[in-house]
Design a protein around this ligand. Structure first.
Ligand code: FEO
Ligand code: CA
Ligand code: CA
Ligand code: CA
Length: 589
């Protein structure tokens, strides 16, 4: 790709670190908010207006934008760069902001509203009269919530561990939840990771060893089990096995049934991203964002089928992710690595060790990976695949427990104790993306070089940052990095000079990192997608002002942010932001 003047591929002026309650983009760019939480998505005949006192009902919420926008992808309509679908996750809720005056989170209606605020949204958007806007009504507008039916496919479908009082067959699950990052498949579907699903369940006083391995709490972080028995794992233990999957959605077909793809393994999945082997098979990379958990890849048995015979590409590949081999990564100290097969009957994955069949291997992928000796990582978040160089990148956001008493110490891939800042690891497979071995190194260790503690300094060339999370390659091969430092860390101590969460661009040819955008107070910047012509960038601002807050209480904590509405009687709202150059040129050049 041609370099910008000065030899850099980054053609914008960096923005400074910010502590302001506003979103800042470089000179020459414009950023506009669309589709905040509560905005009606445009289901024909059902477009309840947003109520700024959060007075909307659960039924309203089920056809409005969910809360806490996260991963997003753009699906052009007929190849257009001015008209398409935005599909995005709504990871979790701030119950203190979700419920309006006189309504309680801990009630049947409150739980229903919370469940309706989770999941995934499909909206139609168009650049019209110089502004991106939602197209409403739209026959493609659709919500998936924590009570939408999902089909279960792959080795765990119908498994004894998947059968419940609500689903004797073990093949249909109501809902998806804690959907974090997302990927777009070459066959036109959307992949979404069910991340911190454990927090929604109550295990009671007596949890099993297997439940404990998955972090099942005694009491859920949400009041859901009080009003929806599915989430009471002391009574219905198998419902817990029905979350933690990668879900696949065909956004172009509003009648399609979404699917939980169990062949990809159960995990606190951040998301899933597809590479393609030279002979046309799909390789799905995924990680699980939890301390000391793993990175996985799935290699499809079959080649990606083209559209044809009256089928769209999505329809032609409706079973592609159900057949193949799942692996977990081991990163060795000499810079090599190995993919360890999670295959029933191979190595220790036998009935004698608690794995009756492949269904049990994928349901208990953590236990299986423990036995195989996979590398315990510093919270794997997003992955991004450089299709030209064939390097795979993964953010390891942080792990402050690394090296703490009783916890694993630093290793080559996760080299820092009390790792508050995170790092970006990358690897190239030996041979093709389906290779059994690889070579790996670090793109960078995040941190501020002025920090006293060596483990918090990092080696970033250019604009330093902490806690990498979102990743995206643009068409030029520039790597975009988004950050998610926690509100309790931001703008103090080792993060004092880093500022609010942000988005940066990295020119891999030079290693230079340049800050492109800064978000409002206590938000996370997440989700990145561009139009085919690269002139529009969509991102999400998640949980501005986060700390969970009950604003209906007289002794309510202060609201840290009023973004984006800045109304004295309003509340902060996650939202999508559209970013363009004023001259319509390619973003980042
Ligand atoms: Fe939901 Fe790992 O961020
Ligand atoms: Ca994330
Ligand atoms: Ca994160
Ligand atoms: Ca977050």
């Amino acid at each position: 790709s041609p370099a910008a003047p000065g030899g850099s591929r980054l053609g914008f002026t960096a923005v400074p670190p910010s502590k302001a309650d506003t979103l800042v983009v470089p000179e020459g760019y414009v950023a506009e908010v669309i589709a905040p939480w509560g905005e009606p998505i445009g289901v024909p005949g059902r477009m309840p207006a947003w109520r700024s006192d959060a007075g909307n009902s659960a039924d309203d919420q089920a056809v409005q934008m969910g809360m806490h926008h996260d991963g997003l992808q753009f699906y052009p309509l007929e190849g257009s760069s001015t008209h398409g679908l935005l599909v995005m996750n709504h990871e979790y809720t701030d119950e203190g902001l979700l419920h309006g005056p006189g309504s309680s989170a801990d009630s049947p209606a409150g739980v229903r509203k919370s469940q309706a605020s989770h999941g995934v949204s499909v909206i139609e958007v168009e650049l019209k009269d110089g502004r991106w806007q939602m197209v409403r009504p739209s026959r493609l507008a659709r919500r998936f919530t924590a009570f939408t039916p999902f089909r279960v496919s792959g080795p765990a479908a119908g498994h004894a561990l998947m059968r419940t009082a609500f689903d004797a067959e073990g093949r249909t699950v109501l809902g998806t939840l804690n959907n974090c990052a997302s990927g777009r498949t070459p066959w036109g579907t959307y992949l979404s990771g069910e991340e911190n699903f454990a927090f929604y369940f109550s295990g009671g006083e007596q949890t099993t060893k297997d439940q404990a391995r998955w972090g099942l709490p005694k009491k859920a972080f949400y009041p859901w089990p009080n009003h929806d028995a599915r989430f009471d794992a002391s009574r219905h233990p198998n419902e817990f096995h029905r979350f933690g999957w990668v879900v696949e959605i065909d956004p172009m077909d509003p009648t399609s049934t979404p699917v939980k793809r169990t062949a990809l393994g159960r995990a606190a999945h951040e998301g899933a991203w597809v590479a393609v082997t030279r002979d046309g098979r799909a390789v799905v990379y995924s990680g699980e964002d939890a301390r000391f958990e793993y990175i996985y890849k799935f290699v499809s048995r079959d080649r990606i089928a083209p559209a044809g015979n009256g089928l769209t590409a999505a329809q032609a590949n409706r079973e592609l992710l159900d057949h193949g081999t799942l692996y977990v990564a081991r990163f060795d100290a000499d810079g090599s690595g190995r993919w360890l097969p999670l295959v029933h009957g191979q190595g220790p994955l036998t009935a004698a060790n608690g794995f009756a069949d492949q269904g049990e291997v994928v349901i208990k992928s953590r236990q299986a990976s423990d036995l195989l000796g996979a590398t315990k990582m510093d919270r794997p978040e997003w992955l991004a695949i450089d299709t030209e160089s064939r390097w795979v990148y993964c953010t390891l956001t942080n792990n402050t427990q690394r090296g703490q008493p009783g916890r694993p110490g630093p290793d080559a891939a996760n080299p820092r104790a009390e790792n508050a800042m995170g790092q970006i690891i990358r690897w190239q497979e030996d041979g093709d993306f389906d290779g059994a071995t690889m070579r790996w190194n670090h793109l960078l260790l995040a941190g501020d070089p002025a920090n006293a503690r060596p483990e918090a300094r990092g080696n970033v060339k250019g604009d330093f940052f902490g806690c990498p999370d979102g990743l995206m390659f643009d068409r030029r091969g520039v790597l975009w990095i988004q950050t998610d430092a926690h509100a309790t860390q931001m703008n103090k101590g080792e993060f004092e000079r880093i500022g609010n969460n942000q988005m940066l661009a990295c020119d891999l040819a030079t290693g230079e990192v340049r800050r492109f955008l800064t978000g409002p107070v206590n938000c996370e910047i997440t989700g990145a997608a561009m139009t085919p012509d690269q002139s529009t960038l969509f991102i999400n601002v998640q949980h501005p002002g986060e700390t969970p807050s009950d604003i209906s209480r007289a002794d309510a904590p202060q609201l840290f942010s009023s973004w984006p509405d800045h109304r004295p009687d309003g509340r902060p709202r996650s939202a999508t932001v559209v970013i363009r150059r004023r001259d319509g040129g390619v973003v980042g050049t």
